[in-house]
Design a protein around this ligand. Structure first.
Ligand SMILES: *Cc1c(COP(=O)(O)O)cnc(C)c1O
Length: 402
């Protein structure tokens, strides 16, 4: 078999550093929710590069914006302002109710910035014993040393050591938080919906309880909105289904629609925590990535995709719970918010063994935790594409269930 895929896979086997285990699919191009490989085979993409391609592949407005921006200026460094970045900061603060924006290139970096912000805030106030963090079991905050220390899956930290001073407690367990929230805690970091950990929405009232506890005891509340932000949950940001406001939040994934960009948004009170010289990023906030993010925000607005994520997410949730009812020997149920949803399999079924079969049936999805088939489609997905995806999953699971 000397297809173009086979040739490239042979080079990949030999040359790519083997820290990932990708499916044997070599993508060449995409359009909307479809991806095509180098040999022209088509897949329905309901993963969107893990909640990244919010406006789908090759959205004409995003393509035109980036082509135009690349022809104008791509990078200037943080020694100078650039128009796209200034306006993006304003647009993100406007939508979130936050006051200040710092830009970087990924989710881990945005969380790393929040980690440093929290410690540095108390350092600057002379409160040098507030250095600890409370994070949650199964939380995912990224792979840099700081972010992986906040991550709640011990195997991701194994062999790396990590940053001292992080205590993990059960997600949703407010009593455990209370017990750990002493006067040496700088901040609590939490995802409004645990994404990688298994698509687990925060229990009702949990974020509100964390907000009042941290305010009462003088610690910061940091939200990791890397997966839940930018319309995915049916709000601009996941926390907007509640009445709280965090002290800082991180964004990445959907923000650039595929162009690497991360951001940390903070309140005005925290504007002094990282003065010039304390933190930075060479690429952070460059005109190219900023233009991408501005185009994503305006497409989401023009096409009503934030409200659409709620409506289509509800439909997807209904399809998945129907599927779970049809296959009770295999499925536990469905959960999630907006277009961040998971089909939960029973103990004993391993999603990573099932995903290749679903890909063979023409649909791309990802795993969350051990037992959850995760759906994070582009927000431009149609109801018939969602139905096509669920039908393929049904067909594959039926063969496993027998
Ligand atoms: C993906 C993710 C990250 C890490 O983002 P990277 O861009 O891979 O560094 C952090 N937090 C959450 C909640 C995520 O889903």
């Amino acid at each position: 078999m000397s297809t173009k895929s086979a040739e490239l896979l042979a080079i990949a086997q030999k040359r790519l550093y083997p820290n990932y285990k990708p499916a044997p699919i070599v993508v060449a191009r995409g359009k909307g929710c479809e991806l095509f490989d180098v040999d022209g085979r088509r897949w329905l993409d309901l993963a969107a590069g893990v909640a990244v391609c919010a406006v789908g592949h090759a959205h004409p407005k995003l393509v035109a914006t980036l082509a135009e921006q690349a022809g104008r200026v791509m990078h200037v460094s943080n020694y100078f302002y650039n128009e796209e970045n200034v306006l993006l900061a304003d647009e993100l603060c406007e939508r979130s109710g936050m006051a200040r924006a710092f830009f970087c290139n990924s989710g881990a970096e945005a969380n790393e910035a929040m980690f440093k912000l929290a410690r540095r805030h108390f350092f600057a106030k002379g409160d040098t014993k507030r250095t600890r963090f409370i994070a949650f079991h199964n939380a995912f905050h990224g792979r840099t040393m700081g972010a992986v220390s906040l991550t709640g899956t011990p195997k991701y930290r194994e062999g790396f050591g990590g940053v001292e001073g992080v205590t993990h407690v059960a997600y949703g367990d407010i009593e455990a938080v209370k017990a750990e929230l002493r006067d040496d805690v700088a901040a609590i970091i939490v995802e409004p919906v645990q994404g990688e950990g298994g698509v687990l929405p925060a229990p009702s009232g949990f974020l509100e309880a964390l907000r009042s506890l941290t305010s009462e005891r003088g610690a910061l509340l940091l939200l990791d909105e890397v997966q839940t932000g930018i319309g995915r949950t049916g709000h601009w940001f996941g926390f907007q289904s509640t009445s709280i406001r965090p002290d800082a939040m991180s964004l990445a994934k959907g923000l650039g629609g595929g162009c690497p960009i991360g951001a940390m948004l903070t309140t005005e009170e925290l504007a002094g925590a990282l003065p010039p010289g304390t933190h930075g990023s060479t690429f952070g906030g460059n005109p190219f990535a900023s233009a991408a993010a501005r185009a994503v925000l305006s497409i989401l607005e023009e096409e009503g995709l934030v409200a659409g994520a709620k409506a289509k997410g509800d439909r997807l949730g209904a399809m998945l719970s129907e599927l779970a009812r049809e296959l009770p020997e295999m499925c536990e149920g469905e959960r999630g918010v907006g277009l961040l949803r998971g089909l939960v399999l029973k103990q004993g079924f391993v999603v990573r063994d099932i995903l290749p079969k679903i890909a063979d049936a023409g649909v791309l999805l990802t795993a969350a935790g051990e037992r959850v088939i995760r759906f994070t489609p582009p927000l431009v997905v149609t109801e018939s594409e969602l139905a096509e995806g669920v039908a393929a999953v049904r067909k594959v699971l039926t063969t496993f269930a027998r």
